[in-house]
Design a protein. Structure first.
Length: 291
């Protein structure tokens, strides 16, 4: 009987062990699924920010805010290299320490990270130590991860997350943060294109109107404020004939036509010189009449 009882106990222990192992796997699977769901939500936040009407600077700051909020990071800073200078594009670190942040590329341990295109994790073991880049406020950061940023193998700067706790990132899922880094790069690439558009907007010499690029930046923001808008394009059809007679006369015709149109339309409408003799009017808030 004793042998049978022991066998039954052993079977119960084995069954409980198998059950606990199964339960552990289910919990781990749930945590993994939960992390994936969270990461998908954060990715969606990044996509929404990239496609929003925010300015370039505000987009980068918004991305940084999402990282700080959703991943519970104490400090996060995105520093971009413009080919000449290092500029803090987004950071929740006090601005009095930004000078230090813009010189991290000069620290030997981070130089190696940039050269090898790999992130670098550093931390301290006791209060007598300090992180290699710290010159003051030693108690602010006691562990950090440095991520070099590249677009198509072109170095564009770095992203650094910091904590006031030693070894705080020891068990961090680096795969997740590598994904976050790639999303930062994607947003920087997107806003880079946006900045190009913003910078090439110019004012036409003869008409005083904005160029066509205005429609894709500031103009789009205004148009999007309305539920319905209408777009009209027109051209001065005989401008080529006028130019053959006199280029100066042609320029004067374009100037006078644009002035008269500007006087005739609402200030809420957007009027740009699209190209040559072509013009575009965006009737913000007005629906086109159908005949």
């Amino acid at each position: 009987m004793l042998v049978i009882f022991i066998i039954i106990l052993v079977l119960i222990v084995v069954a409980l062990g198998i059950y606990n192992l199964s339960l552990y796997k289910k919990i781990q699977a749930f945590h993994t699924q939960s992390k994936r769901f969270t990461n998908l939500n954060i990715l969606q936040d990044f996509i929404n920010i990239a496609g929003s009407d925010l300015s370039v600077e505000k987009k980068i700051q918004s991305i940084n805010n999402v990282i700080i909020d959703k991943y519970q990071v104490k400090y996060s800073s995105i520093i971009v290299y413009d080919g000449t200078d290092y500029i803090v594009k987004a950071s929740n670190v006090n601005s009095s320490h930004w000078e230090t942040l813009t010189h991290l590329h000069e620290v030997d341990i981070f130089k190696e990270s940039i050269e090898t295109l790999t992130p670098k994790y550093i931390t301290i073991n006791n209060d007598k130590e300090k992180l290699p880049y710290q010159e003051k406020e030693f108690d602010r950061a006691k562990s950090a991860i440095f991520f070099p940023l590249f677009i198509d193998n072109v170095y564009i700067g770095y992203w650094i997350i910091e904590s006031g706790i030693p070894h705080d990132f020891d068990n961090l899922d680096t795969v997740v943060f590598e994904t976050v880094k790639e999303n930062i790069i994607s947003v920087l690439k997107t806003v880079d294109y946006q900045k190009i558009l913003e910078n090439i907007v110019r004012t036409d010499l003869f008409t005083g109107l904005k160029s066509a690029e205005y429609l894709y930046g500031e103009g789009k923001k205004i148009i999007d404020e309305y539920t319905t808008s209408s777009i009209c394009m027109f051209r001065i059809s005989n401008i080529e004939d006028i130019n053959r007679i006199s280029r100066e006369l042609g320029n004067k015709v374009i100037t006078e036509v644009s002035k008269n149109i500007q006087k005739s339309i609402s200030q809420n409408y957007i009027f740009v010189r699209f190209m040559g003799p072509k013009f575009v009017i965006a009737f913000c808030g007005a629906e086109a009449e159908r005949s």
